[in-house]
Design a protein around this ligand. Structure first.
Ligand code: SAM
Length: 263
């Protein structure tokens, strides 16, 4: 259990999809002069070195953020966060979602992160030290269910499981619907892998029936290795802010145009 380590995959095209839209949503939400709560159930370590053995072993970042960084204009919030992280930690550093959020949030906002893996949790504590926030070595679903609705009520929950447990595909719709019942105004973002054999499809069907007023956005990309099952990245978003679907359309076009011809 807990064998997944995001360091092997940090900065891949799924991260580019998830992190660019997360940054866009948070930039939109922080444009209003009202405090918010950021919750993340499966935080990872927050900061990655794309020259370490794990990243080099898979080469996913080399086929991900290394080519995709220039897809985004200099004033896009994702690109702005990347620039600040490079300035602080060097050009080979890549921020996970907790640091992307922490870079975009303001002193008036609250951060709650959960990470179960002991080493990832310890690294997350170190990497978040200068930002603050409450960081728990606790099951992320338990944290979300116990904190929702959070104070302040305005806010975003990112759910980014590693899908190591097959039953996740069955339990996630029920749990997310439960969170939505407790926190009707919360923006909920669930990431999932688009896999060749399609286990995500019934999950998305169940999510759409449970929470009809939601947005599903998927991008496709070549598998990281021949035969690798992941051929795309998906986001299920509840209470998406104004303009989100237009931003999704821009991201779709980027993936289609810039990856055409790559295998
Ligand atoms: N969200 C991160 C990002 O984008 O930078 C990556 C997170 S990674 C996909 C999933 C993480 O969830 C792993 O670090 C794993 O140890 C952790 N994890 C697995 N099960 C968990 C649980 N029940 N509660 C909290 N963390 C969990």
């Amino acid at each position: 259990m807990l064998s997944y380590q995001h360091g092997f995959h940090a900065g891949n095209l799924a991260d580019v999809h998830k992190h660019s839209l997360l940054a866009w949503v948070l930039a939109y939400m922080t444009g209003k002069d009202k405090p918010l709560t950021y919750l993340e159930t499966h935080a990872g370590r927050g900061l990655y070195d794309l020259t370490d053995a794990a990243a080099l072993k898979t080469g996913e970042a080399a086929r991900g953020i290394a080519i995709a960084q220039d897809w985004f204009a200099a004033d896009h919030p994702y690109r702005q966060v990347l620039s600040r992280i490079h300035a602080a930690h060097g050009p080979n550093a890549y921020p996970g979602s907790p640091l992307i959020a922490a870079e975009l949030l303001r002193p008036m906002d609250n951060i709650h992160l959960s990470e179960l893996h002991p080493q990832e949790f310890a690294a997350l504590q170190t990497n978040m030290a200068s930002y603050g926030g409450v960081i728990r070595q606790r099951d992320g679903w338990d944290m979300a269910l116990s904190l929702c609705p959070p104070d302040p009520r305005r806010g975003l929950l990112l759910v980014d499981p590693s899908f190591e447990v097959k039953s996740d595909y069955q339990t996630i719709p029920r749990t997310l619907a439960n969170i939505h019942r407790k926190w009707g105004v919360g923006v909920l973002m669930l990431w999932y892998p688009v896999l060749t054999d399609g286990p995500h499809k019934p999950m998305i069907g169940a999510l759409k029936s449970a929470i009809p007023d939601s947005v599903v956005h998927e991008v496709r990309f070549p598998p990281a290795r021949p035969g690798h099952r992941m051929v795309g990245s998906g986001l299920f978003v509840v209470n998406a802010p104004y303009g989100f679907t237009q931003e999704c359309a821009r991201v779709t076009k980027l993936f289609q145009d810039r990856l055409s011809g790559t295998k």
